[in-house]
Design a protein around this ligand. Structure first.
Ligand SMILES: NC(=O)c1ccc[n+]([C@@H]2O[C@H](COP(=O)([O-])OP(=O)(O)OC[C@H]3O[C@@H](n4cnc5c(N)ncnc54)[C@H](O)[C@@H]3O)[C@@H](O)[C@H]2O)c1
Length: 455
């Protein structure tokens, strides 16, 4: 009789393996779709009935996944979804893609991973491959997931196979999507790695094996900490440039012409999204458990978290040039998603900026073509806000417009023509205008270059 590892490898190669994905969000749905496109029967498991219903109705709710793909895979019988973990009985492989947020104390919240693994453990059977994809601290796979699964009596690397593979999806990126972003894979044993490599290799162009689950976990945290620290550095440079009457945007653009040894990062109103503001704290939490004090992460977190306050001050400075106070002013926030051209508002700095301006007495409205409502629970205003149109005739009623997210759908020419004052935190408005105040740059009236440009 073939060893279990050969049986599963052959099932993966022949696409007879049934693939499961737990958590059908920004990461899980694209992965389930790629596995189904590769020819597997893919089943998503999610506690959210609306997502499950949507997949089964052939509708996508993730912008990077076309509804046509979901429909076609449904029609071929290759994709389905359920809220019931009992389906694990029929599955050969499972990728876990559930959220890993922080608690208020900035400690990891492992409850989603724990509940997903509990669901799987009930139906775990010999010969399965379980891969954790959720971003988490080094040691999670062998300290948390492995013991929970082994409590069933089955042994990792012997009766079932276990691996960690970090997700690197970049929502809204038209060039790099699940299938063409290299996938790092670390198995609990060499057989675990081999099977995970086989599974991903069927749907993803390049697989990068590493020696352990811990290395794979650390890779993701290095990548995201690298971003958080470099954004912190450039944000600090922006604060310095503001004091020194230098345009940080011009500095970065010139520096990036160096063909080696430099990588451009841009300042902004603060960090957003489910990854960069959160993941480095998974690493610092774990490092502190070993008595190590990770200083870069804390410092970058401190600078990045201060940016919304700087933006609120910039708005006050801009209004001051009109002899107006923030108190009583009508302020339009342009863009509330955490980055351009997407609908994701998780951890968006727009919420902080809105809260800070509201606390100073401003009347807050927002425009965002991707986000129709900001719910009361999502910001400190205590009531739902509905998006307004940032169109001709509608802009001049505001005392100040604050560009937080540089969506391409915004008409910046009309904005410049109609707004009385603009604070631009993204350098979305390239020309210099006396009524446009940019983050990390001298106001046109104070800068020599600016004066020339507006003369
Ligand atoms: N979104 C990104 O850009 C991105 C990029 C790289 C890595 N990640 C990581 O991937 C993981 C998932 O992120 P996401 O953005 O897809 O999250 P998400 O919130 O979009 O989706 C997670 C899904 O898991 C479901 N879920 C929660 N608990 C569950 C359970 N016990 N059983 C079944 N389903 C459950 C939720 O209903 C939700 O649909 C996180 O660890 C995140 O850090 C995200």
């Amino acid at each position: 009789m073939a060893a279990a590892v050969d049986t599963l490898r052959d099932k993966i190669r022949s696409r007879k393996a049934r693939a499961g994905v737990v958590g059908l969000g920004y990461v899980g749905l694209p992965l389930a779709v790629e596995l189904a496109k590769a020819g597997f029967h893919a089943t998503g498991i999610d506690l959210d009935e609306r997502k499950v219903q949507s997949v089964n109705d052939g509708r996508s709710y993730i912008p990077d996944v076309p509804t046509a793909d979901v429909q076609a895979l449904r029609a071929k019988g290759l994709l389905d979804a359920t809220t019931d973990f009992a389906v694990v009985k029929d599955l050969d492989t499972i990728n876990i893609c559930v959220p890993t947020p922080l608690r208020k104390t900035k400690d990891p919240d492992m409850s989603y991973i724990v509940s997903a693994v509990e669901g799987i453990a009930k139906y775990l059977h010999p010969g399965m491959l379980i891969i954790l994809e959720s971003t988490t601290y080094p040691g999670t796979t062998d300290e948390v997931v492995q013991p929970m699964l082994e409590a069933t009596g089955l042994k990792a690397g012997v009766d079932f196979y276990l691996a960690f593979s970090p997700e690197r999806v970049d929502p809204g990126n038209p060039t790099f999507q699940t299938h063409n972003v290299p996938k790092v894979v670390g198995g609990f044993t060499p057989n675990c790695s081999m099977l995970a490599k086989e599974l991903y290799g069927s749907a993803i162009d390049t697989i990068v094996p590493v020696s352990s689950t811990r290395v794979a976990e650390m890779v993701k945290l290095l990548e995201n900490t690298f971003r958080a620290v470099n954004i912190g550095l450039v944000n600090e440079l922006a604060l310095m440039c503001d004091r020194m009457n230098i345009d940080v945007w011009e500095v970065v653009d010139a520096a990036r012409t160096k063909p080696f040894g430099f990588m451009a990062f841009y300042p902004g109103p603060g960090l957003g999204g489910h990854c960069i503001p959160i993941d480095p704290f998974y690493l610092s939490w774990k490092a502190k458990q070993t008595g190590f004090d990770p200083r870069f992460i804390e410092l970058a977190g401190h600078i990045n978290a201060g940016m919304p306050h700087y933006v609120a001050d910039k708005v006050a400075d801009a209004l001051n040039t009109r002899r107006k106070a923030v108190n009583g002013s009508s302020i339009l926030i342009a863009g509330v998603a955490y980055k351009r051209d997407i609908d994701d508002m998780r951890e968006s700095p727009a919420m902080d900026v809105m809260g800070l301006l509201l606390a100073r007495g401003a009347k807050i409205s927002y425009a965002d073509p991707y986000v129709p409502v900001v719910h009361a629970r999502e910001w400190s205003g205590g009531h739902d806000l509905h998006a307004v149109d940032m169109t001709r005739g509608n802009i001049s009623q505001y005392d100040c417009v604050v560009v937080i997210t540089d969506h391409r759908a915004f008409d910046y020419q009309t904005l410049v023509a109609e707004a009385d004052l603009i604070v631009d935190t993204r350098n979305a408005i390239k020309e210099r205008h006396p009524h446009v105040f940019r983050l990390g740059a001298p106001h046109a009236a104070h800068s020599t270059e600016g004066k020339a440009a507006i003369a």
